[in-house]
Design a protein. Sequence first.
Length: 384
Amino acid sequence: MATALVNGRVLRDGGLVDGLAVLVDGARIVDVQPRAAVRAAHTHDLHGQRLLPGFIDTQVNGGGGVLFNDAPSVDAIRAIGRAHRCFGTTGFLPTLISDDLAVIEAALDAVRTAISPMDGAARVPGVLGVHIEGPFLNPDRKGVHDPAKLRALDAAAIELLSRPTGGRTMVTLAPEMTTPEAIRRLASAGVVVSAGHTNASCAEVQAALGAGLRGFTHLFNAMSQLGSREPGVVGAALDDPASFCGLIVDGVHVDPLTLRLALRAKSSARFMLVTDAMSNIGNGDGDFRIQGKRIRVLDNQLRDDDGVLAGANLTMSAAVANAMRLLGADLGTAVRMASANPAEFLGLTDLGAIAPGRRASLVLVDEHGSVLETWIDGEHAIHH
């Protein structure tokens, strides 16, 4: 029996619409109708709040006191998902920063089990795949990544990354540290390839785009910048109309003016909000460690003892609010950057919108953007 979500303001085609009922049957939205036409036996009152497509985070390193690198396990994925769900994230890629191939293999195995558990175990809600961020990066743009972990993208690594997990595998690499043919092999295997931690020239990025590069990891951060004679990675990213760009909109990683200029240079449909969140989200604001490095939480920033940024102290609900407050995006645009755009980037056509046939992954927020309730594939949780 379908449940009708009623008395809410439903985000449709970029605007909030009153008087609609969203019918959910199991994991799917089966219809969106005028409230007066609904005859469902079960109703759920949304109390006039805003019903949005659930947020999708393609770059989440940790949460709930857990860092994925420290514990590449199903339990870690579950803890990370639980912590971020409270902030509207209903789909996510647990993200592994540069590490040994054995750790990458453990992460891939954990995601495979989280998506398709054995022996009656419960599936981890919201996990859509995995993001392997490195170790195929340029040491000159390593950021907080451990330089001892960086390595070449060889045949063994390509074979490992190409293994199916039941979800999407996203890989961040530096195009200049590999070849277009290697990128083509990954893309042909279904891997979503993104450029990041890279000092590539514009020409090197354009060659990678021709080979199947699909996106750019945290645009502007840890990459060659737009210059007068060398457009760099940033120039190539903004010039290419098809690729997607992840944005950390926290007011720290990139100046809001720079982000506003980027949004004028390229369609907003090709930008995605990401958190680049660490273990402190959902676990207080205390310091933590990454691969032996102490990371301090100061003034809403995460920095190591050398002052290098180490991820972001950011949630998806805050990223959406920041996109509106700092970038001037309207609600529809900000939410698309957090839902429909990352869904399209990952090739998940059944997520990212409130429409018949889509998965019932939804978030209910108040007028201030605070998360009240979520649904992941129809499974409901209350957060207030």
